[in-house]
Design a protein around this ligand. Structure first.
Ligand SMILES: Cc1cc2nc3c(=O)[nH]c(=O)nc-3n(C[C@H](O)[C@H](O)[C@H](O)COP(=O)(O)OP(=O)(O)OC[C@H]3O[C@@H](n4cnc5c(N)ncnc54)[C@H](O)[C@@H]3O)c2cc1C
Length: 467
């Protein structure tokens, strides 16, 4: 793939492979004056099923002048409050303004696509990237019948990007989140949504979690579970059967009352070695392909929005400085202790096959953790629910859990094992260091494009979370 050949002519500054979230980045770079092409294997259209997001997370699109609030309002089809958190068999907590806006991806992408084209961006639809050659001055991309020669390729081909698979050398995922769900009409009317609800103990070595959101076409409900990649884990079909079996008790409805609009399913692989970083000169993974999102959630849209200002500034800088080598690009997807720390949480919620685990172990851990976070208030609870781990909130929660239920902490250590605990302790130490660095290095340098290291500390310790 890498040669010393000189490619002539270089027609593009940036080619983005993959057009879901790729379009948003494409529009941003086009607005900075770069020659940008977006290449997509299928039709460039989002799905109808809403992405749930918090209003505060969308603010970034307005700040970057990509969209106005008026345009965002035109693609936001639902808004609800409050959202529920509840663990079997116990307590309930309510939060407001978290994942309570439903944005229709098809409307959003249509809006962004039209803006991008109006501003001179190029789109190659139904052209799958199938060959790449890195030369000394650029990168040649063959996509279906089209050929592009660009300075930079941004890989936004999602979790199953061929480049990601190559970079990970076929590694089996360390964890998988399996999701099934659907949107239907006929549920009892509820103003609220569910962020995290369990209604059962562990079944078949799986703890089932529920999410529910009021949707434009009815109500969306998801059942998801965290597992390893063992072949004996349930298939998506088996999980769909579990979804239909437990949905009536969860929502208080008979299946016969429901008019289904659509079914949804997917699986999200996650790797401890994340974010992936850059493996080649002139290729930068962004979005799901980069492994930047939390192993706990499937909120990849939210993750991209969180990192968009940093990525836009960083990509602008490497293009202007012409530093498109592997090392410089890797600095745009750096190690983040607050992301690595969440691995242990996934391990706690996963039940190893064949392991004798108390049936309500996961429910008890989560009930204790959320009781402590809720007592600490929104400043601790809300960042966690939006996939941002911060040192004060994490430390307060751990101390609170130890006080509330010391025996449970011993069980957690037994469940995850000493190896994982030591690994986690290392990342916790890095979170302490990153927090200190982000708070003590001169503020002026934190947002400077020349200071990507500082941004690494800033984002890696969750200081970017809006106060
Ligand atoms: C059921 C479900 C519910 C979700 N709900 C939410 C939510 O509520 N909130 C939220 O923030 N996120 C949500 N997500 C996650 C969100 O959809 C993803 O994180 C987001 O779509 C990732 O965008 P991406 O562009 O990185 O990757 P993808 O969406 O996977 O897009 C990759 C694109 O690359 C294209 N491609 C692949 N290979 C090639 C190739 N060789 N050449 C050219 N193009 C190629 C694909 O066709 C695709 O269009 C949900 C996901 C699912 C499955």
């Amino acid at each position: 793939m890498e040669t010393r050949a000189v490619l002539e002519p270089i027609d593009w500054d940036v080619v983005i492979a993959g057009g879901t979230l790729g379009l948003l980045l494409g529009l941003g770079l086009r607005q900075k004056g770069y020659r940008v092409a977006v290449v997509e294997r299928g039709r460039l259209q989002g799905r109808r099923q809403e992405w749930n997001i918090s209003r505060s997370e969308l603010q970034v699109l307005v700040n970057l002048e990509l969209l106005t609030w008026g345009e965002l309002a035109s693609v936001t089809v639902t808004e609800y409050n409050p959202a529920r958190i509840q663990f079997h068999p116990g307590q309930t907590w309510w939060v407001k303004d978290v994942l309570n806006w439903g944005v229709r991806p098809d409307l959003l992408l249509d809006l962004v696509k039209n803006k991008f084209i109006r501003q001179g961006g190029h789109i190659g639809e139904q052209q799958a990237v199938n060959s790449i050659t890195i030369g000394s001055n650029g990168i040649a991309i063959q996509a279906g019948e089209l050929n592009y020669q660009s300075r930079l390729l941004i890989d936004m081909m999602g979790h199953f990007s061929p480049l990601t698979r190559l970079a990970r050398r076929g590694q089996i995922p360390d964890g998988v989140c399996l999701v099934v769900g659907g949107c239907a009409q006929g549920f009892p009317e509820h103003e609220y949504g569910d962020l995290l609800v369990t209604t059962t103990p562990i079944i078949n070595s799986c703890q089932y979690f529920w999410e529910a959101f009021p949707a434009q076409d009815g109500r969306t409900t998801y059942l998801f579970t965290y597992v390893d990649a063992h072949p004996q884990r349930p298939s998506l079909t088996a999980l769909c059967e579990a979804y239909l079996e437990h949905l009536p008790a969860y929502q208080g409805v008979d299946l016969g009352q429901l008019a289904w609009q659509r079914f949804l399913f997917g699986f999200f692989p996650s790797y401890r070695r994340s974010p992936l970083g850059s493996h080649w000169a002139r290729i930068l993974p962004v979005g799901d392909s980069s492994g930047m999102q939390s192993p706990l959630s499937f909120g990849g849209f939210g993750t991209l929005l969180r990192h968009l200002p940093r990525l836009m500034a960083g990509i602008d800088a490497v293009l202007r400085e012409d530093t498109l080598d592997r090392q410089s690009l890797s600095e745009l997807q750096p190690y983040q202790p607050n992301l690595s720390l969440t691995w242990l949480f996934q391990e706690v919620m996963r039940v190893p096959l064949g392991r004798d685990c108390p049936p309500n172990f996961v429910n008890e851990v989560l009930s204790t953790a959320f009781a402590v976070m809720a007592e600490a208030g929104d400043a601790v609870l809300k960042p966690f629910l939006q996939d941002v781990i911060q040192l004060p909130g994490l430390t307060q929660t751990l101390i609170g859990m130890m006080r509330k239920n010391p025996g449970l902490i011993a069980q957690v250590i037994g469940h995850v094992g000493m190896g994982s605990l030591l690994n986690w302790t290392g990342h916790y130490g890095m979170l302490v260091l990153y927090t200190w660095l982000a708070q003590n290095l001169p503020q002026s340098s934190l947002h400077s494009v020349q200071s990507r290291r500082f941004e690494q500390y800033y984002y890696g310790s969750g200081q970017d979370y809006p106060r």
